[in-house]
Design a protein around this ligand. Structure first.
Ligand code: HEC
Length: 102
């Protein structure tokens, strides 16, 4: 009985932790962004080529604010993610995109 309660508490603590820190940016990138921008940010996917996404592993001609706005409110063919991702998730994604530049 005690053991079960402890396990429940630990599960609850882990759950709260993942909310506080937001979902992992890499996981969000893979789930929401990689279909167009590619896992490596190069945009060399079928969708990416069709929509003419730029190669973000080479050049990133946008500011952090531009990037956050595009993710939150959409940009051209890219839809808005403001209803799916929190501001903290978006901030983490911007940092993640920066890290894709070689
Ligand atoms: C349906 C395809 C598609 C998906 C999915 C997509 N994007 Fe985009 N994204 C685009 C296109 C098209 C552009 C505009 C062309 C460009 O700059 O490459 C763009 C532009 C951007 C820009 C540059 C904005 C600017 O002001 O120049 C960033 C940063 C970005 N996307 C990040 C993301 C992130 C992060 C996600 C996932 C949450 C995502 N994109 C999902 C297609 C997509």
């Amino acid at each position: 009985m005690m053991k079960k309660q402890t396990a429940l508490l630990i599960t609850a603590a882990m759950f709260c932790g993942s909310i506080a820190f937001g979902a992992d940016a890499a996981a969000n990138w893979t789930q929401h962004c990689a279909s167009c921008h590619g896992k490596d940010g190069s945009g060399s996917t079928t969708m990416g080529k069709k929509l003419g996404v730029k190669d973000y592993s080479k050049e990133q001609g946008f500011s952090d604010a531009d990037a956050a706005k595009a993710i939150k409110s959409g940009s051209g063919k890219m839809k808005a993610y403001g209803d799916k991702l929190s501001d903290a998730d978006i901030k983490a994604l911007v940092a993640y995109v920066r890290g894709l530049k070689k």
